[in-house]
Design a binder for this molecule. Structure first.
Ligand SMILES: Cc1cc2nc3c(=O)[nH]c(=O)nc-3n(C[C@H](O)[C@H](O)[C@H](O)COP(=O)(O)O)c2cc1C
Length: 175
């Protein structure tokens, strides 16, 4: 029997929403997609599987997403996140470890996916000014990371996200 799947997302500047919509396209069976801003309008307990999309804030999932995950219990969950840094970097690994641990506290994690997302130019502007200037100085390395993130999420990211979720959703059906 096909399972009911809910895709949720939290997105400040649109990157995560775009990835969420691409993943939603490839989900089979009964499904719904909803922004966490409107999560109170659905009964998420009706769904067998929840795919949770977040943007990375200070090295972990954004606050709204963390609060949502904490409310879930006994669910099969998978996540996808967008971040400015390279997902394969140490920072990317730390984000995965933190969010995976949170998902596994009261639920069963069956998939995890991160991809890059451009950093809002307004944030970059703020980083150049006091007080963020002291916390996140715009070093050449940071400027390079911001530049590298600019074209993301792109078609390749969407394709990788779809391929990954197609694979894990199929595997999860057998369990
Ligand atoms: C306040 C703030 C904090 C952020 N912190 C991080 C971070 O710790 N690590 C990182 O790689 N990217 C960080 N980013 C970049 C975002 O995670 C990235 O641009 C993401 O794709 C935004 O997704 P959205 O467009 O769905 O809001 C931060 C962005 C903002 C605005």
């Amino acid at each position: 029997m096909l399972q009911k799947t809910l895709v949720t997302y939290s997105s400040l500047t649109g990157n995560t929403k775009k990835v969420a919509e691409k993943i939603y396209e490839i989900v089979d069976g009964e499904k719904a997609i909803i922004s966490l801003n409107e999560i109170n309008s659905v009964n998420y307990n009706e769904y067998d599987r929840i795919i949770i999309g977040f943007w990375v804030d200070k090295g972990t999932a954004d606050k709204r997403t963390r609060e949502f995950i904490k409310k879930l219990s006994g669910k099969k969950v998978a996540y996808f996140g967008t971040l400015g840094a390279d997902p394969a970097s140490d920072h990317g690994r730390t984000v995965r470890e933190r969010v995976s641990a949170l998902c596994n506290e009261n639920n069963t994690l069956f998939g995890e996916f991160l991809c890059r997302g451009k950093i809002d130019p307004k944030l970059v502007e703020k980083m150049g000014k006091f007080p963020l200037k002291l916390i996140h100085p715009l070093t050449p390395e940071r400027l390079q990371r911001i530049e590298d993130a600019k074209p993301h999420p792109n078609e390749k990211d969407f394709q990788e996200a779809q391929n990954y979720f197609m694979k894990i959703l199929k595997l999860n059906l057998k369990k």
